[in-house]
Design a protein. Structure first.
Length: 182
């Protein structure tokens, strides 16, 4: 059985294979180069309120170990440990001296919570969605079809599909037959 495949179909499958490799390299290359702090599994982030923080805040000084802004991913847990001699608050958390409290980051958003351990009385943090294998696969699936079409059209412009060898031989044989009979 002689299965004849159109040169356009053959070209399309070749371009599709090339596009799959190209999109994979670009997608994963960009992922490696542009990796962010959010490209990690969930974790517990510990925030320690050091001894003497209440006195520093009353004097208008920043406690040295408390950041102005923090970045989390969905599912992270913020564990606040109070080593100060007075109770402190962070949003709805009440943290007596020598104890700790935790807050789980459930939704992606920018938050500003009232707190008693910074002079501004606020702590900003950003909760971002995690980069997952599914989100990377979605980027791959969404990029492959238009890339294939782009490469297919341009391959036809740069390298037009000609007749295959067998068709050329048949045409030449038909031409020579016409010349000899005519």
């Amino acid at each position: 059985m002689n299965l004849k495949i159109s040169p356009y179909v053959r070209r399309f499958w070749l371009v599709l294979a090339f596009s799959l490799v190209f999109v994979t390299l670009v997608n994963e290359g960009a992922h490696l180069v542009l990796k962010e702090k959010t490209d990690r599994p969930t974790e517990t982030v510990e925030l320690v309120i050091p001894a003497g923080t209440a006195e520093r805040v009353a004097a208008g000084e920043e406690p040295p170990s408390i950041p102005k802004e923090m970045v989390f991913v969905i599912g992270d847990r913020l564990l606040v440990r109070n080593e100060d001699s007075v109770p402190h608050e962070l949003g709805a958390l009440y943290i007596p001296p020598g104890s700790s409290a935790s807050l789980t980051m459930d939704d992606a958003n920018k938050y500003t919570l009232g707190c008693t351990f910074t002079p501004s009385r606020y702590l900003n943090f950003d909760v971002r969605p995690r980069t997952t294998a599914l989100s990377r696969l979605q980027a791959f699936v969404l990029a492959t079809p238009p890339t294939t079409m782009f490469f297919f059209v341009y391959s036809l412009l740069l390298f037009p599909v000609g007749k295959d060898r067998q068709q050329q031989k048949n045409d030449e044989a038909a031409e020579s037959a016409l010349k000899t009979t005519g």
